[in-house]
Each structure stands twice: as structure tokens, then as C-alpha cells.
Design a protein around this ligand. Structure first.
Ligand SMILES: [Zn+2]
Length: 393
């Protein structure tokens, strides 16, 4: 095993070659010219020109017209070699999947919801979904399919392409999802957890305007994806952003699925809200029901949602004070509720130093329910690019 693959297997990140970083920045739409690449990467313009020149020669990157710049020469616009290439992306939920076609730069070309039952187990569920995905690929031309990316609702070992001990995916533990997809579609496949996919998708949609961000997904469970200097930060063992098991006072000694007590997840997640409202006699069985009740201004549901937002905001404020991001993006079904978002925002302003909140953007994700799907597609395109690079080096 090489040093790089062992770092990837453990969830860490090995320093990428300059050409890989250049491609990532062009693919994600964060840089469109040599000047921007040099600025972002802090490299000498001559070094960037040399790298871009090599990629142009190999047909991996192309020039497409020019763009005027203030006070300087017009800049040649760079794009990936072929912009009709695409990836298939899928964001898996418990009972449905959001699937679509993702183009270089994180552009979404159509998305839809299809039935998907995680409870069927990996073989059966993936085989069914693959039929739908294949039809989607055939509409655009399978010869242009470059990769397949899946966003999974559980902890993911990115290097191995598997889910590890997923509490919400019974029967999937250790199943080689990425290898199964590569086998089935004969293109590179990438899998990651839903919060990381959401963070990467949202970052691409905003063209990397905020280079430091935390994207929180609040659905049945809670997860966060961290972007540092424009790149996803995974941490030492791939668990960065896992704020759901932070202990908070409000949770008391309530048992959590992780085996511990008093975790944020037990009071602020969609699943927790379902439990809390049922205990108070409400007729709810899913986070969707909670959202419906709160949207109808049901006082009990609104109160519970506000308390959940406050609890999340308390945990987030510690992280925001520490990390000092440009932005906090809120995604997942609970983020569609204004009282929830307002409570998170209020708690962040209350619990953070003014220097930290001075320019802090706190918003819902722009991509909404498509953020995870776009991120998964981005991961697949990046993996395909890396394969192309290493094959033609
Ligand atoms: Zn826990």
C-alpha cells in the first residue's frame, strides 16, 4: 500500500500534486484562469502556466474564450477538456433517493426523487436503483459517463468505499458500495457521508465565495461538513464535523444510539423531535410530520423546533468561536423551518465573540435538497479526473 492510499484509507488527506489541485479548482468552478489559480494556490505564475500547459497538451483542460479583468490583460478562461462529460449522483435516504446528472463545475442537469428502500439491504436496493441510473445515463450517452457518486446516510470509510457501523442502514455495515458501483457501471465511483457531500455541493454552488465554512445537515440525524481553505476537511480519522455526539446539558442523561448519554442528537435531531412530540401526544411518525405541524404553526411543535435550534446553536457556537468560518450553511429538512433557523442564528450571535460573527454568513443551503447529490457527483468527477491524470502521467 502506498503512503497516499493508506492516508486515504484512514480518512486523512495526503498532499495532492499541483496538477490535481489545479484540476479540482477548475472542476469545482473556483478558478477559471491562470491568475486565479496562482492566487488561490499561492504558487508562482510561471509554475501555474507550466502545469496548465501540460494539462492543455494532454487534452484534460481546454481554453474557452477570454474574460476581461479590471486593470489587466484579458484572461483566458479555462474549463475541463469536455464539458458534455457527466457524473451520476445519488443522495440516499431511508425510503427514497434523490438522483441526477452532475456536470463539471457542480452544475446540476436535472434531478428527481425515486423510491429506494435502505431496509432491502445493499444488493437488492442498489440493483434496483442502478436500473434507473443506467436509464438516466443512456439519455445523455453512456460514453460520456465519467463517474458515479453516492451520498450515504451513515459513517463512511472513504478509502475503502464502505459504510461503517451505520445505525440507520441495517445490513450495510462493511458492504463495498464504491466497488459495487465501479463493477456495475465500469467508471470510477466515490462515496461519502451525506453531510460531507452537502458541504462540497454547496461550496461548489457558491463558487467558493466563502473559503471557510461549516455546512450542517439536520434531518433524522445531525451531521456537519467542514470546508477549510476551499477543501473538505476530513480530520485524522474521517470523523471531522461529527457534532451530533457532543454532550449538552439539555439532553440530561438520555441514552443515545452511540451508547453514550446526553448527546445533541437526543434533543435536536429530526428523530428526537418525533420522539419528543409523540411523548407530548402529537400524531407524528417522521421528521416530515414535524415540519408539517410546525409549518401549520402548531404551538407545541414550534416550541420543540425552537428548542432544538437553540441546542444546535449552542454546540455550533463553540465550533464557530474555535474555527472562525466565513459561513454556516444549514441544510436538511429541519432547515426549511424559519423558527429553527432563527433559533440557531440567535444562539450563534449570543454565544460567539463579535469578531467571529462580524461578517459571518448564516443561511440555508442554496441548493436545498440537491446539495448532497451535487456534492456526490463532484466527488465522482474528481475521482475520475485523478484516474485520468495518473493513467496519462
Ligand atoms: Zn451519541
Amino acid at each position: 500500500m502506498t503512503a497516499k492510499s493508506s492516508a486515504q484509507r484512514s480518512g486523512g488527506t495526503a498532499p495532492p500534486a499541483l496538477s490535481t489541485r489545479v484540476l479540482e479548482l477548475i472542476a469545482s468552478g473556483q478558478a477559471t484562469s491562470r491568475t486565479e489559480l496562482a492566487e488561490i494556490l499561492g504558487a508562482a505564475p510561471s509554475t501555474i502556466s507550466l502545469t496548465v500547459g501540460q494539462l492543455l497538451e494532454r487534452g484534460i483542460v481546454a481554453e474557452q474564450g477570454t474574460r476581461s479583468s479590471t486593470g489587466g490583460r484579458p484572461r483566458k478562461v479555462l474549463r475541463l477538456g469536455s464539458d458534455d462529460e457527466f457524473a451520476l449522483g445519488a443522495d440516499l435516504g431511508g425510503r427514497h433517493a434523490r438522483i441526477g446528472v452532475v456536470l463539471p463545475g457542480g452544475i446540476l442537469a436535472g434531478a428527481s426523487n425515486v423510491p429506494f428502500a435502505i431496509a432491502d439491504g445493499p444488493e437488492q436496493a442498489l440493483t434496483k436503483l442502478a436500473v434507473t441510473l443506467r436509464a438516466l445515463a443512456e439519455q445523455r450517452g453512456t460514453q460520456l459517463l465519467r463517474g458515479v457518486g453516492f451520498s450515504l446516510p451513515g459513517p463512511v470509510d472513504v478509502g475503502a468505499g464502505t459504510v461503517t457501523l451505520p445505525s440507520r442502514m441495517p445490513g450495510w455495515n462493511g458492504f463495498p458500495v464504491a466497488a459495487w458501483l465501479e463493477d456495475h457501471f465500469q467508471v470510477p465511483a466515490a462515496v461519502d457521508n451525506d453531510a460531507n457531500c452537502m458541504a462540497v455541493g454547496e461550496h461548489a454552488a457558491r463558487h467558493g465565495e466563502q473559503r471557510q465554512s461549516i455546512t450542517v445537515k439536520i434531518g433524522s440525524a445531525i451531521g456537519a461538513g467542514v470546508i477549510v481553505d476551499g477543501r473538505l476537511y476530513r480530520g485524522a480519522t474521517g470523523a471531522a464535523g461529527d457534532i451530533t455526539h457532543v454532550r449538552i446539558e439539555e439532553a440530561g442523561d438520555r441514552f443515545c444510539s452511540c451508547g453514550n448519554t446526553g448527546c445533541l442528537e437526543t434533543v435536536a435531531s429530526g428523530a428526537a423531535l418525533v420522539r419528543i412530540l409523540r411523548e407530548r401526544g402529537a400524531d407524528v411518525s417522521s421528521p416530515g410530520d414535524v415540519v408539517r405541524l410546525a409549518t401549520e404553526a402548531d404551538p407545541e411543535a414550534t416550541r420543540a423546533v425552537r428548542q432544538a435550534g437553540k441546542a444546535l446553536g449552542t454546540v455550533l457556537s463553540a465550533n464557530v468561536n474555535f474555527f472562525n468560518p466565513d459561513a454556516v450553511y444549514l441544510g436538511g429538512i429541519l432547515s426549511t423551518l424559519e423558527p429553527f433557523v432563527a433559533a440557531v442564528r440567535g444562539q450563534l450571535y449570543d454565544g460567539c465573540h463579535p469578531l467571529v460573527t462580524k461578517h459571518l454568513v448564516i443561511e440555508r443551503t442554496m441548493l436545498g435538497r440537491d446539495a448532497g447529490l451535487v456534492g456526490a457527483g463532484q466527488f465522482a468527477l474528481q475521482r475520475a479526473l485523478r484516474r485520468t491524470l495518473s493513467a496519462s502521467a
